[in-house]
Design a protein around this ligand. Sequence first.
Ligand code: AMP
Length: 312
Amino acid sequence: MSLTVVGSVAFDALETPFGKRDKILGGAATHFSLAASFFTQVNAVGVVGGDFGGDEWGVFRRHHINTDDIEVIADGKTFFWSGRYDYDMNTAETLDTQLNVFETFDPKLSENSKRAKLLFLANIQPTLQKRVREQCPDAKFVAMDTMNYWITSAKDALLETVKVVDCTIINDAEARQLTDEPNIHRAAKKILDLGLKAVVIKRGEYGATLFTKDGYFATPAYPLESVFDPTGAGDTFAGGFMGYLASQDSIEDDTLRRAMVYGSVMASFNVEKFGTQRVDALDYPEINQRFKAFKKMTHFEDIPFERATTAA
Ligand code: AMP
């Protein structure tokens, strides 16, 4: 099943305790597409300026990502985001956002992109997300992300968009803010009650949690000793999650659980190097090995405890 993603394609400037990069390939749609491309055929929908060069296109090309719907505005500049992380790598401090060509982004989907069976609406203006969703009536599983900016400035529109998707993939702070509910379980339930099939809550270095009407599943994050750059980890998670789902014939509870693990696997690679560098160079044996490591890390036998003879 093919997969379409709509979102930012960017240049990022990043500063972490381990180094600095001035201008590297980034953007939510970029990180998502790269991760998903290991599982399925991906159509990326976005916009870039004339400054988007051969090296950047090369990353998409190497992974056979369909870029026909990435519009090029030759006399414009690509969206630019600059962020810094302290030792708490869970939260980015935004230093600069230059929307450039992204300011007037009007996603144009080709027939091919519209026909995709799965759709991911990365973090863009909620009304645009809804419009894109309406252009893909055949999509059988649609997921979306958002950010605190839209929850604060366009909550009503955002809730209207949430109502027309099957799944949200957002972080814990966003879930709390969206529902005005401090407890994460109640927050997830409130979102599910809007008519969704699944709610995924990302918790940075603490992993991710899946809520469905009848189920609950949690994955840890892979225990890495050197997290280099967390930028795009959330989008990479979403790419692994949606990419895996797209590779399956049907989406059941079991499939969603494995998708959570593939999302976590892909995100764990993304943070090992700056920007897209690590996922760009990834191979299947590495993915499978880490998937197995997740299984080992979380597996336990169902052996009931019998009263110890030493117990009082
Ligand atoms: P994440 O770390 O998963 O939240 O995603 C980071 C990516 O999102 C970076 O590569 C940025 O280029 C991109 N980004 C940052 N701010 C925005 C924004 N306001 N709208 C869309 N994309 C953004």
